[in-house]
Design a protein around this ligand. Structure first.
Ligand SMILES: [Zn+2]
Length: 102
């Protein structure tokens, strides 16, 4: 089946911008209101899905794929390097996400 027609370029740009803003907000809120940070991160993910845009790798690493929590390295996420892989481990659900690393 053919993929759904892409949305207009302008909408995609706006979507990418909103995602970036949401992650910025999540970063700011994380210390005082972690649950708000989670909500921002989830909203960003929803926008990415709706507009079929990729979450940039740097932002993707900040979202747990399993429980949808906002991950901050050193706070609620552990980062391990091994065998050419960067592993981000979520502290609340224990999910591991691996990324290629060179
Ligand atoms: Zn998790």
């Amino acid at each position: 089946m053919r993929a759904r027609a892409a949305k207009p370029k302008k909408q995609l740009d706006i979507a990418a911008e909103r995602i970036a803003i949401l992650f910025e907000e999540a970063e700011k809120e994380f210390a005082a209101h972690p649950e708000r940070a989670d909500a921002h991160a989830r909203a960003a993910k929803r926008i990415a899905l709706k507009y079929n845009v990729r979450l940039p790798r740097a932002l993707k690493e900040k979202l747990c794929k399993k429980c949808g929590k906002f991950l901050k390295k050193g706070a609620n996420a552990k980062v391990r390097l091994s065998g050419g892989c960067l592993t981000v481990i979520c502290a609340s659900c224990g999910a591991r996400q691996r990324y290629r690393f060179k």
